[in-house]
Design a protein around this ligand. Structure first.
Ligand SMILES: *[C@@H]1O[C@H](CO)[C@@H](O)[C@H](O)[C@H]1NC(C)=O
Ligand SMILES: *[C@@H]1O[C@H](CO)[C@@H](O)[C@H](O)[C@H]1NC(C)=O
Length: 124
């Protein structure tokens, strides 16, 4: 009886694994939290649901509302196997500025949100 039970369990978990890998294994576990030094750089950090090569698989785009020239794309780096970190250059930040942030895995949008640097100043 025992061998039958474990054989069944094995094939079921195999199926689940294949299914999970198929349906886009890249998911955000903790959405980006961002801080600004309020001089030139904002840093965002987020956690993925599994090990991710951040620079190879993900892009974080940022865009200032109403000022299209401020578009930027950030190539994230790994801080841990599941944690990505991005340093975004934001010149001349004003206290009213709000950036729209989008996290992409190729053409798939994983997350979108907004960030107001003046509300998240990280004094160094
Ligand atoms: C991520 O992928 C790039 C390009 O494929 C590779 O050069 C780099 O070593 C990888 N980084 C990690 C942490 O696996
Ligand atoms: C910024 O992004 C918007 C929306 O994606 C696009 O319409 C605009 O052309 C971009 N501007 C620059 C300078 O890349």
């Amino acid at each position: 009886m025992g061998w039958l039970g474990s054989g069944l369990t094995f094939s079921v978990s195999c199926l689940i694994l294949v299914w999970a890998a198929d349906s886009g294994s890249l998911r955000v576990r903790h959405p980006p939290t961002c801080f600004s030094d309020f001089i030139s750089t904002s840093t965002c950090e987020w956690r993925m649901s599994g090990p991710t090569n951040c620079s190879a698989e993900l892009r974080l785009t940022y865009q200032l509302d109403f000022r299209t020239s401020e578009n930027g794309t950030c190539v994230p780096e790994n801080r841990e196997s599941t944690v990505c970190l991005c340093n975004m250059l934001m010149d001349n930040v004003a206290s009213v500025d709000i950036y729209q942030l989008d996290l992409w895995a190729g053409k798939q949008q994983l997350w979108t949100g907004s960030f107001q640097p003046s509300k998240h100043v990280h004094s160094l």
